[in-house]
Design a protein around this ligand. Structure first.
Ligand code: NAD
Ligand code: MG
Length: 392
């Protein structure tokens, strides 16, 4: 029996992970499931999967969770300490699918126990990539990519020599607003940006797809996870989202990974790795699909890509600042305090302001230092949003 835990179990990735595990429950011993405010979902899944413990991130929801789990034998816990305690519980495979920088600490903690961490939480790699990878190495832990593009790259690299890689191409759908005229983008609402043409994902990542902050994150994620230099990493728009990524080799071969729009492929690959097993995802009918299109992203429409490239080149503290500023910019957009196209302006302004205060290229040496920089970047971003609002 394989001991598994799922952090962010109530979200989009978490629910897809549960779907796969529930299909073969006798092979899995479910240790911990964690969630946020959706107590009913968390409790129902914890009971169905016979988890040892269910944890809500919110301390004020502990009583609700206790009530929902009364008499079931599933333990209830809440808050940051409980999340850390859940990450300390022995498990062979842990899904890291909390959204945002909140996913960093539990993932870090789990690595200390030498576990296999299936990493959907891309923010961990963007904000603290070198530390996270070093932590895994120090404890003999394995990190497996779950982002579809990175799972695709990982699969295209099997049996190959990374030294022979000339470039990695990450594909992007272009997001929900890709066909809008450029001048209309400034007026896009969260509802407009929150509809994805191809994938069904959580709200934050869907809006990040429309702005391509998600793709910017993924370029940085590629650099951190595979250790490739920025000039070998590219993004291309591919509206069908069927090719998830391509790896170009020194002999001119380009290995593409294709698959249906279903995160259960990448999750299942990480769950079964190093084996490949049958998965309940649609098979592609190429003759029916007919054609695949690719084109270069328009820099005026997607400033996030330019910023992400600068962040990759700077390294050091830049990823932490980028991630934090982008999360706050998204909060500001969701709250109606800034417009869709202003998000990039906020991230630019925070990077500029903090590069005047800190030597960004100097790497950080501890998780505490990362969290401190994350905090400073968030404060700077909110102050900038407020200043913009006052300026009218
Ligand atoms: P989601 O919003 O659907 O779910 C997020 C989960 O995190 C929920 O369980 C929520 O309760 C929990 N959570 C939220 N805030 C928390 C906090 N402060 N502390 C603890 N838990 C908290 O998000 P998602 O779309 O499933 O994405 C999860 C992660 O996977 C993100 O990092 C995202 O970028 C990445 N990812 C998602 C997809 C996708 O298809 N959804 C694809 C690739 C990568
Ligand atoms: Mg992705």
């Amino acid at each position: 029996m394989r001991r598994v835990s799922i952090f962010g179990a109530t979200g989009s990735i978490g629910q897809n992970t549960i779907d796969l595990i529930a299909r073969d429950l006798p092979a899995h011993d479910v240790v911990a499931l964690t969630g946020g405010g959706n107590i009913d979902r968390l409790a129902a899944d914890a009971i169905r999967l016979k988890a040892d413990v269910a944890v809500t991130a919110y301390e004020d929801r502990l009583d609700d969770l206790r009530t929902a789990l009364a008499g079931t034998g599933v333990e209830a816990a809440a808050g940051q300490g409980a999340l850390a305690e859940a990450a300390d519980r022995p498990a062979d495979w842990i899904m890291s699918a909390i959204v945002g920088a909140a996913g960093l600490a539990p993932g870090f903690r789990a690595l200390r126990h030498g576990t296999t961490l299936a990493l959907a939480n891309k923010e961990s790699l963007v904000t603290a990539g070198p530390l996270l990878m070093a932590e895994a190495r120090a404890h003999g832990a394995t990190i497996l990519p779950v982002d579809s593009e990175h799972s695709a790259i990982f699969q295209a690299l099997v049996g190959e020599d990374i030294a022979c890689v000339e470039k990695v191409i990450v594909t992007a759908s272009g997001g929900g607003l890709r066909d809008w005229p450029l001048e209309r983008l400034a007026s896009a609402t969260p509802a407009d940006a929150g509809a994805h043409p191809n994938w069904d994902m959580g709200q934050r990542i869907t809006i990040d797809s429309a702005s391509m902050f998600n793709k910017g994150m993924e370029l940085i994620e590629t650099r951190e996870f595979f250790g490739l230099p920025p000039e070998k990493i590219e993004a291309v728009i591919h509206p069908q989202s069927l090719v998830h990524a391509l790896v170009g080799y020194c002999d001119g071969a380009l290995m593409a990974h294709l698959g249906a729009h279903d995160m259960r492929h990448a999750i299942g690959y990480a769950l079964n790795w190093p084996d490949r097993r049958a998965l309940p995802v649609d098979r592609l009918d190429l003759a029916k699909i007919g054609s695949l299109d690719f084109h270069a992203p328009d820099p005026a429409r997607y400033p996030a890509l330019r910023i992400a490239r600068a962040v990759m080149e700077t390294g050091g503290k830049a990823g932490t600042i980028f991630n934090a500023a982008k999360e706050v910019a998204l909060d500001g957009f969701l709250a109606g305090r800034i417009g869709f196209m202003e998000m990039a302006g906020v991230v630019d302004a925070v990077l500029d302001a903090l590069s005047a205060q800190f030597r960004l290229t100097i790497p950080m040496s501890s998780l505490e230092e990362v969290l401190e920089m994350d905090h400073i970047a968030r404060q700077t971003a909110w102050a900038h949003i407020e200043k913009r609002r006052q300026a009218g």
